[in-house]
Structures are given as C-alpha cells and as structure tokens.
Design a protein around this ligand. Structure first.
Ligand SMILES: [Zn+2]
Ligand SMILES: [Zn+2]
Length: 169
C-alpha cells in the first residue's frame, strides 16, 4: 500500500510509513513518472499538458483551474481557458490527476501508471488532500452497486474533516 500525503504544513518525507515503496513526493520525480507512463502508453504529453501537470504537482494541495490559468498567464502572458481545460481533461482521463468534485480542485495522482478510483480525505482547515489507497473501499462500493443492479461509471468519495496536523485535540 502506498500512501500519498499532500500537505502544505508539513512536507516531512521522513514520515513516509512505507519507505520500501516508490514515492513521488518530489514533483520532478512525479512528472518523470508520468512522462514514462505516457511513453509506454503512447500518449502525447505536450509541453502545455506537462506544464499544467507540473503546476499541480508542485502545488502541494488541491489547485483550482482558474489558479492554473493565472499561473500560466503570469508566465506566458496568454493562456486561453479552453487549452487549460483540455490539458486537465487529458490528465484526468489518463489517471495522472484526480478531480476533487466537492472543492472543484485537482491533485496529482500518486500512481500515474494505473488508473484507479480512490476516496480522498480533505482537510477543511489546511485544504490538504490525501488518497485512501485501499482498493477494498472501491470494490465494496462496486459490489454494493451491482447488488442493486446499478452500473457505476464514476466514484467520487470525498471525506471532509480535519487532518492530523490541524487537529488540536
Ligand atoms: Zn490516485
Ligand atoms: Zn489540515
């Protein structure tokens, strides 16, 4: 099991509970992993797509589309919204990022090599988001849906609360 923690208050990678597993806490390593996965899958990671990915990866917390647009405009002067949204769609479709519907923001996925759906724990105090990397949760929902004769298309499970760093008790 791999745990990915995005937290602007504490970037202490020494807390990695599973040091034997590869981690992409550093944005560069993550972008390299996505480049590698894109090559293997024959996907075109264009300069803009890569740049959007880098911005999301270095944000250390979920980032909104208009913040990405602002950052791109600062660098390039002109960045049209549709191009940014298309880049986000590409990254989402291929499982390189996740969209957190409840806060309308994007986070990089810790497992760019595999498409997956995972629940997220979202801290309402520091706005960090953490993937719950336990496939049993998704499988359970899938099984329950099937039992009701329901065919699931997407799972969006977002748990709001206070993270361990923000808790005062
Ligand atoms: Zn993920
Ligand atoms: Zn927090």
């Amino acid at each position: 099991m791999i745990q990915y923690e995005v937290n602007r208050l504490n970037h202490d990678t020494a807390r990695n509970p599973h040091p034997s597993h590869p981690h992409h806490h550093d944005a560069k390593g993550f972008v390299r992993a996505v480049e590698h996965a894109s090559e293997e899958r024959g996907l075109r990671l264009t300069p803009l797509r890569k740049e959007v990915l880098e911005l999301i990866a270095t944000a250390h917390k979920p980032v909104k589309a208009y913040d990405l647009l602002d950052q791109l405009r600062e660098k390039h002067g002109n960045a049209a919204p549709p191009t940014v949204y298309r880049a986000l769609d590409f990254l989402l479709e291929n499982g390189f990022i996740h969209k957190l519907e409840s806060i309308n923001a994007f986070v990089s996925c810790h497992h760019p090599a595999e498409a997956h759906q995972v629940p997220f724990l979202i801290c309402d105090t520091c706005a960090s988001a953490q993937e719950v990397c336990d496939e049993r949760v998704a499988e359970l929902i899938e099984a329950q849906a099937r039992a009701f004769g329901f065919r699931p298309q997407a799972q969006t499970l977002e748990v709001h609360g206070t993270c361990r760093h923000c808790r005062k008790d």
